[in-house]
Design a protein around this ligand. Structure first.
Ligand code: ATP
Ligand code: MG
Length: 275
């Protein structure tokens, strides 16, 4: 499957996230709030799902899909909302948010409370792979979301989710491995991981962690009990160059990676909202 449509949308969102321009006559807007282990992301689309604005911040307020710092999360979302409003002149009133697959009612409620307390009426709480697949449009295949704290696996058959799983492994574990290996603090190791100049060292240290992720994914695809044609990688950790090769080798499947996998779920969440 080609990801051209998704890549164009993601590219547009990337541009809008750095532009400072005010938006004249936006019409009705759709907003998405992604509460992640590593990043909080707010995205804004027009009625036709074209990106208008977005903002993100590094925040450790959610762990393994659970809100662990309620006020930190509220303040983080509120700050992003206000940043976008100041920059664009838009008023953000309603938003959709998302929860990891397979989490219960409590997670659903806590995520919705955070968004409501930050000043946004919640229009929908969707599960993350469903949001991601609004962007990707996978009919038969697996969407694998390698985030900060967790890796989500969702298998789609005929465009419907037929299997989901969420595992406690992600980019945070890679950062911890780097911190241990190089004697760095968590934040120093995080910086090293994101430094393109140190890609080779990062991949050498992270290789075994990514192999393990691949094995976990392979096991879930086996359990899903349906033919999976390909794997689509999303989530910030999928940005690491070379992740796709390791996952392809371990699963034996073709692996596709959209432009900036980090933004796929946040973009899809806004698509799931209503104006
Ligand atoms: N260019 C990059 N290269 C490597 N890792 C990256 C890159 N950009 C972001 N990451 C990592 O991606 C992770 C965050 O990804 P993402 O925003 O998808 O996770 P999240 O939604 O916050 O967490 P989760 O889904 O687990 O709750 C972090 O561990 C971060 O270090
Ligand atoms: Mg996530």
């Amino acid at each position: 499957m080609v990801l051209t449509g998704a890549d164009i949308l993601i590219g547009r969102l990337e541009e809008r996230m750095v532009e400072k321009a005010r938006i004249v006559e936006p019409g009705r807007i759709k907003v998405g709030v992604d509460l992640g282990t590593a990043y909080l992301v707010v995205t804004v689309l027009d009625e036709k799902d074209q990106p208008l604005a977005g903002a993100m911040t590094f925040a450790q307020v959610v762990r393994d899909g659970i809100v662990v710092d309620y006020w930190g999360a509220v303040e983080g979302v509120r700050a992003l909302k206000e940043e976008i409003e100041r920059k664009t002149g838009l008023q953000l009133r309603r938003a959709a948010t998302a929860i990891p697959p397979g989490t219960g009612e409590a997670t659903h409620k806590s995520h919705a409370y955070v968004v409501e307390t930050a000043g946004l009426e919640v229009t929908a709480v969707v599960d993350e792979p469903t949001a991601a697949n609004r962007v990707l449009g996978v009919d038969n295949g697996a969407v694998v979301d390698i985030g900060g704290g967790t890796t989500g696996v969702a298998v789609f058959s005929g465009g419907e989710v037929v299997y989901v799983a969420d595992e406690p492994t992600g980019g945070t574990h890679i950062t911890l491995v780097l911190a241990g290996r190089y004697g760095l603090s968590f934040l120093e190791a995080e910086k090293m991981k994101l430094d393109p100049g140190r890609r080779r060292e990062v991949l050498a240290a992270a290789g075994p962690v990514i192999e393990k992720m691949g094995t976990i994914v392979r096991e879930h695809l086996r359990r899903a009990g349906t033919t999976v044609e390909a794997v689509y990688l999303v989530g910030g950790t999928s940005c690491l160059e070379g992740v796709e090769d390791i996952i392809a080798r371990v699963t034996g499947l073709p692996v596709y990676k959209p432009r900036n996998p980090l933004l796929v779920t946040p973009l899809g969440i806004a698509m799931c909202s209503r104006p």
